[in-house]
Design a protein around this ligand. Structure first.
Ligand code: FES
Length: 158
């Protein structure tokens, strides 16, 4: 099994953040976020690395990583589209955006495009209901979206 390591920069971030917590095991979530920021997903090797770092069992890290849907447990595309599927976004046309993604990129929620560029996830409310319909693209919010604006964004990413 290939060993996971933080980059030098992420190791520094880990150390700085750890100083804010009274106990190192409180670093579980921040440590996983750093992994995902670095790799785009959280591999079993990275879970073992995190467990080692914060003095937990790998199974405990696994339980956290699999509980929170925002952690990717397998490699995903370069561009991760997290489309909100909750009420306000649904009422304002999220399904049209989903259909457009399927028709143009050929992916449904949970799938990565054949070229590895795009991955689509359907997620619960991202707290930007006033800007419905919305999605996050690599963590950045895009609100008040239309099929036209989505089309432009996808073109920019290609
Ligand atoms: S319902 Fe979509 S952001 Fe809240």
């Amino acid at each position: 099994m290939a060993k996971f390591q933080y980059t030098k920069e992420n190791e520094e971030k880990f150390q700085i953040t750890a100083k804010k917590y009274p106990k190192i095991d409180a670093m579980l979530l921040p440590a996983l976020w750093l992994v995902q920021e670095q790799e785009g997903w959280v591999s079993p090797e990275a879970m073992i690395f995190v467990a080692d770092k914060i003095g937990k069992q790998p199974i405990e890290v696994y339980e956290f990583a699999t509980f929170y849907t925002m952690f990717n447990l397998k490699p995903i595309g370069t561009y991760h589209i997290e489309l909100c599927k909750t009420l306000s976004c649904m009422l304002m046309g999220a399904n049209n955006l989903k259909k457009f993604i399927k028709d143009t990129i050929g992916i449904e929620p949970g799938q990565t495009s054949a070229d590895g560029k795009f991955h689509l996830s359907e997620v619960e409310c991202l707290g930007a209901c006033g800007g419905a319909p919305m999605f996050a693209l690599n963590g950045q919010y895009h609100e008040n979206q239309t099929v036209e604006s989505l089309k432009n964004l996808i073109e920019e990413c290609k």
